[in-house]
Structure formats: C-alpha cells, structure tokens
Design a protein around this ligand. Structure first.
Ligand SMILES: [Zn+2]
Ligand SMILES: [Zn+2]
Ligand SMILES: [Zn+2]
Ligand SMILES: [Zn+2]
Length: 237
C-alpha cells in the first residue's frame, strides 16, 4: 500500500478540519483532512488522485467536485496548481507528471497558435523551443522566406532558432520578465516551461498574492472583494 502523505499537523498555514473529505466522502478519522480555499475538505490522497484523473482525461483546470450544501450543484471552484501541489503533497514523480501533462495540454490547446503579422492567417508553431516561425503563405506570396517572431509578432530579426527572444528591441516575454525580476518569487522549483504552461492555461502566477511587495494589485472586477476567504495563507509559503 502506498505510504500515506501527511502534513505536519502544526503547519499553521493549512486549515485542518474534522469533516469528511468532500471528494471521496471519507470520514476515516485517521486521514488528514484539509480545507481548500473554497471551503471543501480534501485529503492529500484524494486531492492527488482526483486531480491526476482530471489531467489524465485532458482536463487542465482543477475544479472542485464537491456538491454545494444541500444541492446537486458542484462547487466548481478552481484550485490553482500551486495549491494542489502543496496541499496534495505531490511527490517529485507526481509533480513531474502533472507539470509535463499541463505543458502538453497548454501547448496543444492554447499557445501554439498565433496569427501571422504579414497575412493574419493562423499558424501553428511546430517547435516549442523556437520563436522563429515561417509563414508559408507569406513566403509563397512574396517569393522569399518570411519569418516572424512568436513572441513580439514582428518580422523575425537576428539569428534563429532561438527560444528566448528575437533581436527586435521590443521583444520581451513580459510575464516571464516580471517573474524573473521578482527576487522573492515563491515558485522556485517550477521550471520555466511549467511557468509558461500555467500562464497559458490561465493561471496568473505572477499575481499580487504571490508577490505583494512589487506588484500593485490591478483594479480588476474580481479582485475587489478579496476572493481568498481563507486568509490567502493556504496558497504557498
Ligand atoms: Zn469546493
Ligand atoms: Zn503570413
Ligand atoms: Zn521577437
Ligand atoms: Zn516579489
């Protein structure tokens, strides 16, 4: 039998509860149940198994499956990967599996299409590691090789292939730059690929709650009423 994952019961950043697990409805007193930000309870095991099964079905958003009090409606709250990783105590092997799968899904679903700045047709990027992309339509029309930069969406400048930037001055990966500048970034062990994958999948990982000192909160519709009811401490150290 798999060894049970347990958090340090004195970890004050987690909220331990006695209620049954809301994923498996298990109330075995020997399991450690932790409240997720949405208020539903999980065990590290049930959380791991549930999220893993979602990923393996190609679902990259971890939505809480618990039923809302006395109804047949699912809670549906989205659990961030970084929360899942921490609360589920994902092992290194599990993290690798999760992150690889998310990167693949991100690539497949979102990030690998852009429109060509020359002709506006949608183009799929062939190689994740090369920002220099050739448009076959523009190339055929103009009779010479037309390549553009996947990141700044301008005509490619400089040598290729490159995975970081082209030689256009304005070519920066803003999100990544923000993240790298941030000395106290709290996701030290996430690879750049994972960071990008999470961003592609809509996880705003550079948002203020991970990085309060440097980033003023943008006045967005959702941030007005502090969406994190459980003090936010449950997120990551
Ligand atoms: Zn929930
Ligand atoms: Zn084109
Ligand atoms: Zn560029
Ligand atoms: Zn910071």
């Amino acid at each position: 039998m798999e060894q049970e994952k347990r958090h340090d019961p004195n970890d004050t950043t987690l909220r331990f509860v006695d209620r049954p697990d809301d994923i498996l409805l298990d109330d075995d007193p020997n399991t450690q149940r932790i409240e997720m930000p949405c208020g539903h309870a999980v065990t590290p095991q049930s959380l791991t198994a549930y999220c893993r099964s979602l990923l393996d079905q190609g679902q990259y958003k971890f939505l809480c499956p618990a039923l809302k009090n006395g109804t047949n409606n699912k809670c549906g709250a989205e659990w961030k990967y970084v929360e899942v990783r921490r609360i589920a105590l994902l092992t290194e092997e599990e993290q690798n599996h999760f992150e690889k799968t998310m990167a693949e899904l991100a690539a497949a679903m979102y990030c690998e299409y852009n429109s060509c700045p020359g002709c506006s047709s949608y183009i799929e990027r062939q190689k994740l590691t090369n920002l220099c992309v050739r448009c076959t339509i523009c190339t055929a029309e103009s009779g010479k090789c037309y390549e553009f930069c996947w990141q700044c969406l301008k005509t490619w400048k400089g040598p290729a292939p490159r995975s970081d930037k082209c030689e256009n001055d304005s070519c920066v990966n803003l999100k990544l730059e923000k993240l790298l500048k941030c000395k106290d970034t709290i996701l030290p062990e996430l690879s750049i690929t994972t960071v990008r994958a999470l961003q592609c999948l809509g996880e705003d990982i550079a948002r203020p709650k991970y990085c309060k000192p440097h980033q003023p909160a943008k006045p967005s519709s959702s941030s007005s009423s502090s969406g994190f009811s459980n003090s936010g401490s449950v997120l990551i150290i």
